[in-house]
Design a binder for this molecule. Structure first.
Ligand SMILES: [Zn+2]
Length: 215
């Protein structure tokens, strides 16, 4: 009973977060998808359903072999959600969106350098851009996993971005942060070449952030 209530609450959280992404301007239409670890399974938003039309019952429960436990069609990007959650035990939630500024930079195949100290919020001295691969494929998931090595966010070339966190709020917060950083970087590029922080300066920031992320 307790277990079922928790699962239902998780389903509600996914619906609320999907709507929040639209409000924040990070998602339009049915492009984005979100997942949340739930014991030996994970919950993921369904395929091709607008957030406004989503109900908790539409969320799909899957196991880590990729089998649907409850529900119908999971998001076509279930592979990278599964692979990130499976290989990174510290991560409890994954957010994927085609937000405007992150996607603009991703279409240029640009990684985001440490032009601002908040780049460290994504876990390192840059936000990498994973090479292009067809949506929904294992190749895309493999590229995403490599770009996320020692990081909690990355861009996906000609596609969008991924942000992850210990829970849904943290993943959502990081997606917002990454989108703002991409906007700031894009704006700075309109005027010139932004000044890039040194490794020493970024290490100082990461040292300060480490205490926050440490479990
Ligand atoms: Zn996508």
């Amino acid at each position: 009973m307790q277990e079922e209530m928790t699962e239902y609450a998780f389903r509600q959280k996914l619906v609320a977060a999907s709507l929040r992404l639209v409000e924040l301007g990070l998602n339009r239409g049915a492009a984005g998808n979100l997942s949340l670890r739930h014991g030996k399974h994970f919950l993921i938003t369904p395929s091709a359903l607008l957030p406004e039309a989503m109900h908790p019952e539409d969320m799909v429960l899957m196991d880590f072999s990729g089998k649907v436990v409850t529900g119908e069609r999971p998001s076509s990007e279930w592979r990278f959600h599964r692979d990130i959650l499976a290989s990174r035990p510290e991560i409890g939630s994954v957010v994927h969106v085609h937000s405007p500024f992150a996607t603009t930079l991703a279409c240029l195949g640009r990684e985001v350098p440490p032009f601002h100290y908040m780049i460290a919020a994504a876990g390192g001295t840059s936000i990498r851009c994973a090479p292009y691969a067809l949506f929904g494929t294992q190749a895309l998931s493999d590229h995403a996993l490599a770009a996320l090595h020692d990081r909690r966010a990355c861009l996906l070339a000609n596609h969008g971005m991924i942000a992850a966190g210990r829970d849904l709020d943290e993943a959502l917060g990081l997606a917002v942060e990454v989108e703002s950083l991409c906007e700031q970087y894009w704006r700075a590029l309109q005027i010139g070449e932004p000044n890039i922080l040194s490794d020493a300066e970024m290490n100082e920031v990461m040292e300060k952030f480490r205490g926050y992320w440490r479990r």
